[in-house]
Ligand binder design. Structure first.
Ligand code: ADP
Ligand code: MG
Length: 358
């Protein structure tokens, strides 16, 4: 049908569309922009609309590994499900070599924002071009362990009022990611310490050292053929938090936000030092501070200015552990999903997942 008939297909892509993501625009975006672009680029497309929560995880658990990319027309929730589905397979290491690629069609499209930049992060056509021509890029993942259960996080973990924003502003979904800004202001008004203890297996925390970090390419080690089949075990999970390398954070905490990618939303550059596959999880801790001091940060949050405040602390960590006080209440958010208010252990694993990047 095409003038260049007979040319072999470029890429074989599995496309998952969340018709309920964002303001429900994904289906239209798919039909109008994404599908025509993929077809004209001679991609072989297998499309599936998700019909319920965890559907994308179920699909990823059984997906055939002969595709070149799994594309998510969604916000940040679907990639979390896809990666967890891939990681739960017996052949997880191989499965996680398939690039998981976002096309921004949800309410918070942080993953796309980080791949394509602040100006173009919500540009659908650019994201599709990445599906067509992007090169594989490794991504760090965090293992998240509560009790005996282990899941995977590719984007962020939040505790304290930042988790309330992630989870408690569903009713503000129509605002897109501006709800983060509003939620932040709301959190400042409450300004109360959160009832948990925090321990960090720290790598770098001095701000001067952090600022001196350069964008080194990922180590060669990372690109050696993986000889192991199974996912890596947690290295520090059995260590006592009084062992060397662990620090405990003792001041009253307004929020803890940990993440693997710099932008959380367009107006929130939470992890200016995060790199795709440096093997660290970045942790930003905001002490309880005067409202005036907190308010002064709001304007700068889009450019990461809070990093320089005395009451803001920043760690590049190998792992961390957070323990709620007995009889306290609260929420944890992992990639925007609710996790129970129980002790939680999180560790960074270098380059386990894959995406595409231009
Ligand atoms: P948003 O950015 O709007 O949050 P996401 O892509 O992150 O969009 O999806 C949000 C949630 O929607 C995910 O947790 C996913 O499990 C869920 N979901 C996927 N498909 C459906 C569906 N058909 N109906 C309801 N929820 C769905
Ligand atoms: Mg990292």
């Amino acid at each position: 049908e095409l003038a260049y008939d007979g040319v072999p297909p470029r890429r074989n892509v599995k496309v998952l569309v969340n018709p309920k993501g964002g303001q429900g625009r994904a289906k239209k975006i798919y039909e109008k922009i994404v599908r025509p672009m993929l077809e004209s680029a001679r991609c072989v497309i297998d499309t599936q609309y998700t019909t319920h929560r965890f559907h994308a995880m179920e699909i990823a658990e059984t997906i055939s590994l002969d595709c070149d990319a799994i594309v998510a027309l969604s916000g940040d929730g679907l990639p979390h499900e896809i990666l967890n589905g891939l990681a739960s397979r017996p052949d997880a290491i191989k499965a996680l070599r398939i690039p998981v690629v976002p096309v921004p069609s949800g309410s918070a499209n942080g993953f796309s924002l980080n791949l394509h930049g602040l100006k173009a992060g919500f540009d659908v056509a650019l994201a599709v071009l990445n599906v067509i021509k992007g090169k594989p890029m490794r991504l760090d993942l965090c293992s998240v362990t509560q009790g005996g259960r282990r899941t995977w996080s590719y984007f962020s973990q939040s505790f304290g009022f930042m988790a309330d924003i992630d989870l408690g502003t569903e009713f503000l979904r129509w605002m897109g990611d501006t709800r983060f800004y509003l939620g932040f202001l709301y959190g400042l008004i409450s300004n109360k310490p959160y009832p948990f203890k925090l321990f960090i297996k720290s790598a770098i925390s001095d701000k001067k050292d952090l600022l001196a970090l350069t964008r080194e390419p990922p180590s060669k080690e990372l690109f050696k053929e993986n000889l192991v089949e199974s996912l890596p075990a947690d290295r520090y999970i059995s260590e006592s938090t009084s062992d060397t390398g662990w620090v405990s954070f003792d001041k009253p905490i307004l929020y803890v936000y940990a993440g693997l990618q710099p932008y959380v939303a367009r107006d929130l550059l939470q992890f200016p030092m995060a790199k795709p596959s440096d093997g660290y999880v970045d942790i930003a801790i905001q002490e309880v501070a005067s409202r005036a001091a907190l308010l002064s940060m709001v304007d700068e949050a889009g450019r990461g200015g809070q990093f320089y405040q005395d009451t803001s602390h920043y760690y590049k960590a190998l792992a961390y552990r957070l323990e709620p006080y007995p009889n306290s209440k609260g929420v944890f958010s992992v990639d925007g999903e609710v996790y129970p208010w129980e002790p939680i252990y999180i560790e960074a694993h270098q380059g386990l997942a894959t995406t595409l990047s231009m």
